[in-house]
Design a protein. Structure first.
Length: 333
């Protein structure tokens, strides 16, 4: 297993940027991904070795290679155990992540966000060696934060199905770490943005609508406040937590770059040079839609020495440049 790292959800937005970073640092990377909604094999290097398959997930041996993709489901405990046993470390990012879709078919969210967490944790529990795992949660587990900043010691108060199931996995990880003495570090990042983000998310939706001359759907009054964290800053934090985080520790990751939805629409429109004022289409807000997330990031700064370094406008320009290269008529090349 020596230098081999397992990344669940490595074909997704954040996961693929983490894979890039790990490869740059000389690790061999095994990606476990079901290639379901939000995943894209084009996010991985062109020389990736592909094995497995949804209809025949169990593999007799994990092949060697700089980057190997095992096509399979993170809720398959037997497969996950095989991959964990062959790894020197684990980053668990596999999840279903969109609030709106979680109000439709809930089962994929249960399987990925809770059963998948169980499969990873059970594999760590049964492993022959103590294996470090960085377990990626979300700031949404704190629920709506009317004032102040959420600390890692605050109670979790999720308000939608997606965040509730993420909180379930988060709590399960905490409990496994405490009871079974697992080497698990939990990260709770703020709202990520950057290249490769799936089309259902806010910035890609704004870009697509503006370029196509369509309306931009905005929930409610558009004044929901989020902390915008550039994805490359996030994966640097995850790598630092893998090296320096305390076993059983929980770390908020944020940029303290708060913008409302309308602020982001304006920023995208201004950078693209496209009028945006008459493109807003207000639609009913989500049921129990959270108004504000805000994280206290003093713990990660003090213990790990990490802080975000990318100004929002710079990260947004890089993001829009990528979409300009990769997308035609709202579809990826």
């Amino acid at each position: 297993m020596d230098n081999r790292i397992l990344v669940t959800g490595g074909c997704g937005f954040i996961g693929s940027h983490l894979v890039d970073l790990l490869l740059e640092r000389g690790y061999d990377v095994v990606v476990l991904d079901a290639l379901s909604f939000g995943s894209d094999i084009r996010n991985l290097p062109e020389d990736v070795v592909i094995v497995g398959g949804i209809s025949g997930q169990m593999i007799t041996e994990v092949p060697r290679g700089r980057c190997v993709l095992v096509v399979g489901d993170v809720s398959d405990a037997r497969l996950v155990r095989k991959l964990v046993d062959a790894s020197a470390g684990v980053f668990h990012l596999a999840a279903q992540s969109h609030v709106d879709r979680s109000y439709g078919d809930v089962l994929p969210f249960v399987n990925a966000n809770v059963v998948g967490a169980y499969a990873v944790l059970e594999a760590l529990r049964s492993a022959k060696y103590r294996i470090r795992c960085v377990f990626v949660s979300t700031d949404e587990v704190y629920g709506d934060v009317e004032a102040g900043l959420s600390k890692e010691t605050d109670a979790l108060a999720p308000r939608n199905i997606y965040s509730t199931l993420k909180a379930g996995g988060d709590l399960l990880a905490q409990t496994y770490a405490a009871i079974f003495n697992l080497d698990v570090v939990i990260a709770r990042p703020a709202n990520n943005y950057g290249p490769r983000q799936f089309e259902e998310k806010l910035i890609p939706k704004i870009v697509t609508a503006l370029q196509a001359g369509k309306k931009i759907p905005v929930y409610g009054d558009g004044k929901q406040l989020r902390d915008w964290l550039y994805v490359k800053d996030t994966v640097l934090a995850l790598a630092e937590l893998f090296k320096e985080g305390k076993a059983g520790g929980i770390y908020n990751l944020g940029a303290h770059q708060w913008r409302t939805v309308l602020d982001v629409v304006q920023s995208v429109g201004d950078i693209l040079g496209v009028p945006w004022q008459d493109r807003i289409e207000q639609v009913p807000d989500r049921i129990r839609g959270d108004r504000r997330y805000a994280l206290d990031v003093s713990k990660v700064a003090t213990e790990i020495g990490w802080s975000s370094v990318t100004p929002f406008e710079a990260g947004l320009r890089e993001t829009l440049s990528w979409y300009g290269r990769e997308y035609v008529d709202g579809k990826r090349r």
